[in-house]
Design a protein around this ligand. Sequence first.
Ligand code: FAD
Length: 402
Amino acid sequence: MQKPKIVILGAGYGGMITASQLTKKLGVNDAHITLVNKHNYHYQTTWLHEAAAGTLHQDRVRMLISDVLDMNRVNLVVDTVVEIKPDENRVVLEKDELEYDYLVVSLGFETATFGITGLEENAFSITSIDSSRRIRDHIEYQFARYHDEDERKDELLTIVVGGAGFTGIEFVGELTARIPELCQEYDIPREKVRLINIEAAPTALPGFDKELVEYGMNLLESRGVEFKIDTMIKEVTENSVIVGSGEEIKAGTVVWTGGVKANAIVENSGFETNRSKVPVRDDMRAPGYDNVFVIGDCALVMNPENDRPYPPTAQIAIQEAYTVANNLKALLKGGSLKAFKYDNKGTVASLGGREAIGIVFGDHKLYGSTASAMKKIIDNRYLLLLGGPGLVLKKGKLNLLG
Ligand code: FAD
């Protein structure tokens, strides 16, 4: 008898944990597990801003999938998903097609531009190893150009970051650590460099604890960040950002961190969507499809406490993956499907160097180096879940106070 085919799309947090859990929960003869991913490596999306700023090399952020998962149990297909045909139990890839009995969609996010003119064409965004490497190289190139050109244009050294949510603030924090190094390398006085963070909401980190936000903003301002809060970006041109008041800010680099949406493949494949995501049932299955699970940034899960969707995070993607692995086992071997229940372990945002802010264990506020150490513990915990102590030693952030 043929083994049931489980196909997992995307090797991010959700896909990797699902695959690794399935190899533990299912026997060799229970199912044939296939993981499809664009690359032969897995990257930690939550570290991409460090690669983009140049404070962490991209090879620290990524790892070969074959080094982490049991390749005797998981068939890795390195290819790009083009479309899912859920009524035919088929997935169309760029180079091939796959049939499945059970599908897990964990294809992550893409940038939301909210229709801002010129944003897509002229701004970078932090979405992958490749995009992060491009940002790092571009910023460095601007420093090199400035130094090399007869008529030195200060605007080459202006970096605008659109969005002061978690990604924006963390990226800006890393840049404040990187800019002094670049200044030294290219013999440029620090005061020539402008780092501007623009946010449309009335505060940075909207929805986060006010006291922590104030701490974070003061710290970043003391490192030279200019905040433009309550300020809409109207347009991005080749060399500038135009804000709502009409002011034009000339800039050599514009990075947009102001919004994400689910990978468009889910919407384009005909799944029911709400705000670009699939409003999954309690057990993480897509409405109308009993053999399709959707997790991570592609799934919409409501917080019963405030009737609003949970924000897309690695933390929730990982927890959803555990539920899905459990539910797949129940479908294959008998047992009841579990409803997903989010266990919020807190939020910590790094501010670059040895600084961070966060709330953990319910309402416990953390600042400075304690928060920064906690952030590293969270990162290491994921590696422990995925690949055990060996992976922590190989890829972890072991110097908690460094
Ligand atoms: P991902 O981890 O993004 O994985 C998706 C995978 O699918 C990728 O490997 C991708 O290559 C692959 N893929 C995409 N399209 C295709 C295709 N067409 N074909 C084949 N493969 C494809 N969350 C936190 O909890 N804490 C944080 O501190 C935090 N910091 C963040 C910092 C940054 C800079 C960013 C960008 C995000 C951060 N997040 C954080 C959010 C978190 O990273 C995401 O919510 C999380 O990665 C979602 O996991 P996922 O499995 O859905 O998708």
